[in-house]
Design a protein around this ligand. Structure first.
Ligand code: PAF
Length: 295
């Protein structure tokens, strides 16, 4: 194994497995943080959460070809391993697993994991095959790491529910944890896609989080009809120049649309501002205090 920018890096499956087995042999716990690299403060918050949950954190950095569609540019996805390793070292990660595509998917690889109902909705419409690619790589990483917990960001709410469902359905022993969305000062959810916004698009994109916050206040303590809330989201984002992929109120776990706020629900939004499609979501849970944006 090598050390890059102060953190131990495993490049092969064998190196990663030997490392996790020797770590586990000491009786200490492990958290896994899967990423595709190009790390920002949102990812670092996942590493911090991993460190709260376990004695060591292993970060995976792998741009997973299986989750890119034919019209999505896999080649252009930012790859900056040494910078990412420096960030992992600063955030306290014990190890980075950064395999090649050939290491993860040898020539005869042929298995796919499908979480059928959850993957068919929302982002699944515009990105066919995407969530099967995510579920497949995440299961492989969970199997290799044998971690106590794995931490994923709540920004990709549908992805998080798919991973939870997969782990439940397949009896995976690793506990799946969601970490809250990290936001810019004005509330925009952090995403590597934000770098592709022009200054004007960036200024207008804040309508996403503002509209979510507004419907959270309109929703109050639950029991209300969801149709006007979804209409408010779509209207507000469209008025700011965004092109809606979906703006909906869904059951927080099943992602099925709900008509009334009578159970834990989530507002989900995906909208294009220029080229990048931005995702965000907000809890609408009648049982708990709703979050307030403080900037
Ligand atoms: O959220 C991501 O960065 C990716 O979808 C994941 C979970 C690392 C799988 O490649």
């Amino acid at each position: 194994m090598e050390t890059i920018e102060g953190v131990l890096v495993a490049r092969t499956v064998a190196q990663f497995v030997i490392w996790q087995q020797s770590w586990r042999a000491t009786g200490r716990s492990l958290a896994l943080v899967p990423t595709m690299g190009a790390l920002h403060a949102g990812h670092l918050a996942l590493i911090t959460e991993g460190g709260r949950q376990a004695d060591a954190v292993a970060v995976t950095i792998f741009v997973n070809p299986l989750q890119f569609g034919p019209r999505e540019d896999l080649a252009k996805y930012p790859r900056q391993l040494s910078g990412d390793c420096a960030k992992c070292a600063n955030a306290g990660a014990a190890l980075v697993f950064a395999p090649s595509a050939a290491e993860m998917y040898p020539a005869d690889f042929q298995t796919s994991v499908a979480v059928e109902k959850l993957q068919a909705r929302w982002d699944g419409h515009s990105r066919p095959g995407h969530f099967a690619g995510v579920a497949t790589v995440v299961l492989k990483l969970l199997n290799l790491a044998q971690a106590d917990v794995a931490v994923f960001g709540e920004k990709d709410w549908q992805q998080l529910q798919i991973i939870r469902q997969m782990a439940t359905d397949l009896h995976h022993p690793t506990r799946i944890i969601g970490a809250p969305i990290v936001r810019e000062a004005d509330g925009l959810a952090l995403s590597s896609r934000n770098a592709f916004l022009s200054a004007d698009e960036r200024a207008r994109a804040v309508a996403i989080v503002q509209s979510l916050q507004e419907i959270s206040q309109l929703a109050g303590r639950g029991g209300v009809e969801t149709a006007p809330l979804a209409a408010h989201l779509a209207g507000r984002i469209t008025a700011a120049g965004g092109r809606i992929d979906y703006a909906c109120i869904v059951d927080a776990a099943t992602l099925e649309p709900v008509d009334r706020l009578d159970r834990p629900a989530r507002a989900l939004v995906a909208a294009w501002f220029g080229t990048p499609k931005l995702l965000d979501n907000w809890p609408l849970d009648p049982r708990v205090d709703l979050p307030v944006l403080t900037s």
